[in-house]
Design a protein around this ligand. Structure first.
Ligand SMILES: Cc1cc2nc3c(=O)[nH]c(=O)nc-3n(C[C@H](O)[C@H](O)[C@H](O)COP(=O)(O)OP(=O)(O)OC[C@H]3O[C@@H](n4cnc5c(N)ncnc54)[C@H](O)[C@@H]3O)c2cc1C
Length: 528
């Protein structure tokens, strides 16, 4: 390991990423000192702030954690970890209470009880929400305010992690760079406990609902450091991203279909009832594939909320209404054009029930991790829940290991926001990155087959070999892409979010998780 001149000491735990998983863990660690790295100003650049539906928790009359766990297992298509589902659903109410205590203004009735929404594949009303579709934004505002009030949390904005630092197989911090400072020596931040909470990988796909910086960096970094990755092939495509041509594509929440909105094609045909008995409320992967096939056959797909909601959409779904307004779509009198988009990663860095990865010194939470909760397909609104449950568990685990110390100020990493944003924009739009996103969308997307996956692996290898600048950030992305494609090639069946045209049925032989290291994925790539 090289010791850089630019070495800083985290003085406690180090959290990479400032979405709900990272910030919740930081708050739970208080008063133990913690440093949180965020590429953007807090609240920006995180999927968490864009969540529309809410957090799933069995709080309603007649509902139970057991029923919630059963729905989770049903959605996960045979490979949800039973113990994880039972544990997470049992801890849900306590974590919702934490969020409420820290100021989240959840929707409540006149008696102060939570108003609970319904989403597909939940057998009860159990989505805790804010103003209809503003849960993510409201939760993050509340949490950020609490973080700012907490003296044991040091937030460093405008900084992005590039690689994990290792010493004898143990993770001892991260190498990072200020945004806008691509050519200077990386900064090494040393820590005894490193928590990776840098989100999923939706942005590896050309069409995605995820913020631009969420592109598989977390999984890529961990895999490059030797961590075991679980279930990378399972990517969830949301059926109803709003098709405005914008990148990322804004989301039209599933709750609209929960309220009775229907899907029709440009011939005015409603196609879902012929495909699944639950029609528009069928599991997400089935609706996403139905929409995908309509579009592949030359049709356009629309979400029609007119009869179900009429003008109420404007007040009950203000976020969706704003997206429509910005794109010149009138959801009260017209229909919303939609398309499937990469939305959520069920796989990630394999962790145990305490959030520990296979590498000593490294904990992982939120979408970057694979806890076994989602199996092959996530149940709606279970991801924010997973982020807070594992954030709390990690804080408890680390709390026992980390002494309380005083934070010393970090010198010399002030950030110029404008310069940083400019530099990020350049990196985001390099030809190689756009080509990678095209490959993933075309060949590793909603429908896959052997020839396409092999071609994807060859093309990713070619990109790595020929890209003008193979930076660590780019390698993190190609590493994640390689893992997804290699595991998808290996899994010769269809299950949940992974659909193989050449193996369209589930196979009992594959009723288990995938575990893969980067070396294994690279060996598969070399043979493609
Ligand atoms: C549009 C949308 C709607 C959703 N709706 C819901 C919902 O209603 N309910 C639900 O449960 N789930 C929902 N999800 C999924 C859920 O929002 C995410 O799974 C969850 O927020 C992930 O939280 P996280 O903290 O792990 O990651 P994020 O919130 O994505 O945060 C990741 C953080 O890591 C940072 N980061 C990235 N790379 C680096 C790096 N190299 N170095 C340092 N930091 C880095 C990012 O800037 C960000 O701060 C939705 C997702 C989207 C995109």
């Amino acid at each position: 390991m090289t010791i850089f001149d630019n070495t800083l000491d985290a003085d406690g735990a180090l959290i990479v990423g400032a979405g709900l998983a990272g910030l919740f863990t930081a708050l739970k660690l208080a008063p133990r000192p913690v440093t949180v790295l965020s590429p953007k100003p807090l609240g920006m650049g995180a999927s968490s702030a864009w969540a529309q539906g809410g957090v799933a928790a069995a709080m309603g009359e007649g509902d139970s954690p057991r029923a919630h766990a059963q729905d989770t297992e049903m959605a996960g298509a045979g490979i949800v970890d039973h113990g994880t589902a039972e544990g997470v659903t049992a801890e849900a109410v306590a974590r919702i209470e934490d969020l409420a205590r820290w100021g989240t203004p959840f929707d409540r009735d006149d008696f102060g009880n939570f108003e609970l929404g319904r989403e597909a594949a939940h057998s009860a009303n159990r989505i805790v929400k804010v103003e209809g579709d503003r849960a993510g934004w409201a939760i993050m505002q509340a949490i950020i305010a609490e973080v700012r009030r907490t003296p044991s949390i040091r937030v460093v904005e405008g900084i992005t992690a590039l690689s994990l630092a290792r010493d004898n197989g143990r993770i001892i911090g991260v190498y990072c760079r200020r945004l806008g400072d691509r050519y200077s020596e990386p900064i090494y931040i040393r820590a005894r406990a490193t928590i990776l909470a840098a989100g999923g990988l939706g942005g590896l796909y050309a069409v995605t609902t995820n913020p631009p910086g969420v592109r598989g960096h977390a999984m890529g970094m961990a895999a490059r450091a030797g961590a075991i990755i679980a279930d990378p092939e399972f990517v969830q495509f949301h059926p109803t991203a709003i098709a405005t041509g914008a990148d990322p594509a804004p989301l039209a929440t599933e709750a609209l279909r929960g309220e009775g909105a229907i899907l029709v094609n440009d011939l005015g045909e409603r196609f879902m009832p012929a495909i699944h008995p639950d029609a528009e409320l069928a599991p997400r992967d089935i609706v996403a594939r139905a929409n995908f096939r309509q579009i592949q056959s030359g049709r356009r797909v629309f979400l029609d909320t007119r009869e179900a909601l009429g003008a109420d959409i404007l007040t009950r779904f203000p976020t969706v209404s704003k997206y429509c307004h910005d794109a010149g779509i009138d959801p009260v009198n017209g229909m919303i054009p939609v398309t499937p988009a990469a939305h959520f990663h069920m796989g990630g860095v394999k962790v145990d029930e305490r959030g520990r990865s296979s590498l000593p010194g490294l904990w992982v939470c939120g979408e970057a991790s694979c806890t076994g909760l989602h199996g092959a397909n996530r149940l709606a609104s279970n991801s924010l829940l997973e982020a807070v449950v594992f954030g709390a568990r990690i804080a408890e685990d680390i709390g026992g290991l980390e002494p309380t110390r005083k934070l010393t100020p970090f010198e010399g990493i002030e950030w110029d926001e404008a310069e940083g944003n400019k530099a990020e924009e350049v990196l985001r739009n390099t030809v190689a990155v756009q080509e990678l996103r095209r490959i993933m969308g075309d060949l590793v997307g909603v429908e896959r087959d052997e020839a396409g996956l092999k071609a994807a692996l060859r093309q990713i290898a070619h990109l790595e070999a020929t890209a003008e600048q193979v930076t660590s950030a780019f390698l993190n992305m190609t590493t994640s892409a390689t893992l997804v494609a290699a595991a998808a090639l290996l899994r010769s069946e269809s299950r949940g979010g992974h659909f193989r045209l050449d193996f369209p049925e589930p196979s009992q032989d594959w009723e288990h998780h995938t575990e893969m290291t980067l070396s294994q994925a690279l060996a598969i790539r070399a043979g493609a």
